[in-house]
Write a protein that binds this ligand. Sequence first.
Ligand code: DX5
Ligand code: ZN
Length: 333
Amino acid sequence: MLSKLSKPGRGACMPVKIAPSLMCANLLDLKRDIEQLERAKVDLFHIDVMDGHFVPNLALSFELAEKIGRSTSVPLDLHLMVERPEDFIEPVRRIKPAYVSFHVESTQNPIRLARAFKALGVEVGVALNPSTPVQALTYLIDELDYVLVMTVEPGYAGQKFIPQVVHKIQTVRAMLDATRANRALEVDGNLNAEWARQCVASGASILVAGTSSLFRDGADLCAACQEFRHRIEGRPEQRVWNFFTDNSQQFFAGRWSSTRGKWRVRYTENEMCLITAGKVQLVSDAGSRHIFGPGDAFVIPSGFAGSWEVIEDCVKVYAIFESRVPLHKPSVE
Ligand code: DX5
Ligand code: ZN
């Protein structure tokens, strides 16, 4: 359970949950991936069910969702991308997910359906496509336990995040808090650490983690999950600068702060850091140990594996750039 994550300035703090999207897992070795994620103590398993009509794709089936539900103690988060979701109340009853969401664009009677799912004793939510205005929630929101804001158009993993949705998350958070506080706000689609941080700062409390945060070829999912947590923990970013030089390369910079803590880390990009306050210690699996304090600048190369420890509450300014950029500055090894 993510203990330290919080969202300052939004009333009661809500712990932020990570929900790996199992459609992105290695479906030929799903049990192994599930076990690795269980070891990382993930909060939910995000299960995408598609019908080839509401979205032009097929992902996981109700039958497989039922089998997954019987094989793990991790609660399920069912995301229905189907036309007429009201035709699928029975399979949802059999699967007994903790959460079920359907798309407001997929049914004529969302209030009747929300109540039908609610009667099954599950948390019910409505998903909004990126271009669907928040007004679609106006007369519906009181029936809901949470809202899922899509940050990509539904149907495929590995798409690019749609930045204009960040503002929509803030509006939905305000709508949720205006009527009944502490309701979850889920975001789904291309959530790498930076976008996840911006979504949390805007009011998101459930993060669907897919190909841009966890499921990379051969990745150790337990370590990848801990690194994802490490990158979104601490106080939300006050400033994130995104520099898109071109479609093939992304360059992020930001400010990160945290209280004392220790995390296992594995870097998949290069990160340039400047410590502006506090003290941190990096210990690599290779055995090298580095302590950095105010004014120290260093580069953590992609591939670094070890631990990151905040010895004194720290603030760092950092820049992340893709691993193929050659390193000039001395780095930790
Ligand atoms: C897309 C699904 C997502 C998807 C996320 O329609 O709803 O859950 O699996 O995968 P990424 O994070 O790669 O976009
Ligand atoms: Zn989904």
